[in-house]
Design a protein around this ligand. Structure first.
Ligand code: TPP
Ligand code: MG
Length: 605
């Protein structure tokens, strides 16, 4: 994958269904034999011209025209429909797909109500800076064409307002020609850094009306030109001079693409500068965590991140998600100089504060870090020293953990998977950096972005779709709350034969909020022992494996003791290797790690 956004290639021929990992499924009869005749045929054709491979959707009458065009005009290929049981899953799947590929696929949601269901997933994708082309519908906008009642409740003025504050752009085109342009523009904007979701709302009447004119042929590439996001050469030279003259550099390796070349460039830069590198579990893997220069993640108890940052005289942030927050928490030397490389300011708006606090910066490179880093390597000069060998895992890290916690899950997964190429598509809230080694940009895809619980399962399914046939095993470790809120994404994975292992860290609780209740009780001198009330999902405990089985997955558990976990995971992995989806319900003890608890209770209030 290239580190920059390239425009989708020009569409040349009707893609063969068999070329796609899911292409043999849901083949329509006698499809693709009609000439384009309706507004929605133009929309469908444009999706194909943009080479959008999939459209995850939950159906609805507002876009019945487009639905028909994808099935009967395009033959359900490029894009192929991925049916979802909930709109939140549809958008989360597109989000997860983008986390692997760096490119937008489409999602379609019905009128105002489908968009309302989808909105949290849109917010997650927005905060995660991941591209999604979301199609919706409304109307007929022309009131005299509406059916009584239903068309009226499902028509809203300015429907895009529901998600405008956390999408990069939205539109409601009034004709097929305008819809075509809207799709070109929207896909281009979504895929251009900083990436994000866009929303295009299609009038039902426009979709269903007969075409009155034939549109000229479309060359999508000319309307989606690559956007240069490289750093200006003079600023690269300035940054290189600051870095070279520093005594100790710290690199905060933040948001990054899944490109191996960009990964290698970060390693080369760190080695050339002998810089300590800090990573972040909020975003996908950005640096090998067994590299001698890796100082750890801020939450990691064994890490040396705080002393590393405090002793640095130059801090290089490569689009760190919360630079000001990190600096405030750690308190670097007041004389330390800060270089920020980021494009994020381009999409900050007045509604969402996900831009975080304003960081002090001595040199700002408004650039894609993946493009700036290779230039910095050139300007600094390669270290000339032999590559540093990976560090062995911290002593004792492979000892079986005590109790039955999320660490037990990490330990058992390591035992079962060994050196097998694995992608952690999702992790639960309480997870320590040192439990898993990342050696490749696809080893870990980061969090849900917006802290919207319930995003995990859908994101994992979309990621697993993109990883199908890659030789990598897709593994999602989800909290029980996260799994329960997004559980219907399992069906989509099973139905479309997307291999995926779900391991549920089932503490039978929205435990994060137990910690908050504990905090309130302590602050107010009230009984801490009541913290579980309104949080625990017990009596009855929910059978999460059965919820997987009910949707066609292989279900394992409840696993109640460490001794049974490895055997269950082995069976689950075998089910995934056979092309299936497996769900392992692991009944871990309620409780968070010491670091996680400390991170959550740090504020003084
Ligand atoms: C949509 C949504 N609802 C509620 C919350 C508040 N919240 C944050 S973490 C959390 C608990 C999640 O439970 P689970 O996934 O089981 O993780 P655990 O805390 O138990 O490890 C909740 C309810 C949220 N972030 N998002
Ligand atoms: Mg839980």
């Amino acid at each position: 994958m290239p580190p920059t956004q390239t425009a989708p290639a020009r569409h040349t021929a009707m893609p063969a269904a068999a070329d796609s990992p899911t292409g043999a499924l849901e083949r329509p009869t006698q499809a693709g034999i009609n000439a384009p005749g309706f507004g929605s045929d133009v929309v469908a054709e444009t999706l194909r011209a943009l080479q959008i491979p999939y459209i995850a959707l939950t159906p609805g009458a507002s876009y019945r025209g487009l639905h028909d065009s994808i099935v009967n005009y395009l033959g359900n290929t490029m894009p192929q429909m991925l049916l979802c049981v909930h709109e939140e899953a549809a958008v989360a799947i597109a989000h997860g797909y983008a986390k692997v590929t760096g490119k937008a696929m489409a999602a379609a949601v019905h009128s105002n109500v489908g968009l309302q269901h989808a909105s949290m997933a849109v917010f997650n994708a927005w905060c995660d800076r991941m591209p999604v082309v979301m199609l919706g519908a409304t109307g007929p906008v022309d009131a005299v064409k509406r059916r009584p009642w239903i068309d009226w409740i499902h028509t809203a003025r300015d429907q895009g307002a529901l998600v405008r504050e956390y999408t990069k752009w939205d539109d409601q085109p009034a004709s097929p020609g305008a819809a075509r342009e809207s799709l070109l523009r929207g896909t281009w904007i979504a895929n251009t850094a900083p990436q994000g979701p866009v929303y295009i709302n299609l009038d039902a009447e426009m979709q269903e009306a007969k075409l009155t004119e034939t549109l000229p042929p479309l060359d999508a590439a000319r309307y989606t030109p690559p956007v240069t996001t490289a750093a200006p050469a003079d600023l690269v030279a300035k940054a290189a001079a600051m870095l070279k003259s520093a005594k100790q550099v710290v690199i905060l390796a933040g948001r990054a693409s899944r490109s191996e070349a960009a990964w290698n460039a970060r390693v080369a830069l760190a080695e050339a500068l002998n810089a300590s590198v800090v990573t972040d579990l909020k975003i996908g893997a950005s640096f090998p965590t067994d590299h001698p220069l890796h100082a750890g993640a801020p939450r990691d108890v064994t890490a040396d991140t705080v002393p590393a940052i405090r002793s640095a005289d130059v801090i290089l942030s490569l689009d760190w998600v919360d630079l000001a927050g990190a600096l405030r928490a750690v308190g670097p030397s007041p004389s330390a100089k800060i270089i920020q490389v980021s494009l994020d300011h381009r999409i900050h708006n007045g509604w969402s504060m996900d831009y975080q606090a304003l960081p002090p910066v001595d040199l700002f490179l408004s650039a894609d870090p993946d493009l700036a880093v290779p230039e910095l390597v050139k300007a600094v000069g390669l270290s000339g020293k032999p590559r540093l060998a990976p560090q062995p895992r911290a002593q004792g890290a492979d000892r079986e953990p005590e109790g039955f916690t999320n660490e037990s899950i990490a330990y058992a997964l390591r035992k079962v998977l060994g050196e097998r190429p694995t992608t952690l598509t999702h992790l639960p809230i309480s997870w320590e950096d040192r439990w898993w080694t990342f050696r490749h940009p696809l080893d870990f895809l980061g969090s849900d972005g917006g802290g919207g619980v319930g995003g995990g399962p859908g994101i994992a399914v979309g990621a697993a779709l993109a990883l199908k046939n890659s030789g990598r095993l897709a593994v999602a470790v989800c909290g029980d709350g996260d799994y329960l809120m997004g559980v219907t994404a399992v069906w989509t994975a099973v139905h479309y034969k997307i291999p995926l292992l779900f391991v549920i860290a089932n503490n039978r609780s929205f435990y994060n909020d137990e910690l908050h209740q504990e905090r309130m009780a302590r602050m107010r001198a009230r009984p801490v022992e009541n913290k579980w009330i309104g949080q625990r999902m017990a009596d009855p405990e929910i059978d999460l494996a059965a919820m997987g089985r009910a949707q066609g997955a292989a279900g394992f558990g409840p696993i109640t003791k460490p001794a049974d976990l490895i055997a269950a995971l082995e069976k689950a992995v075998a089910a995934v290797d056979a092309g299936g989806v497996a769900v392992v319900d692991v009944r871990v003890e309620p409780g968070y790690t010491v670091n996680m608890t400390a991170a959550m209770t740090r504020a003084k209030s």
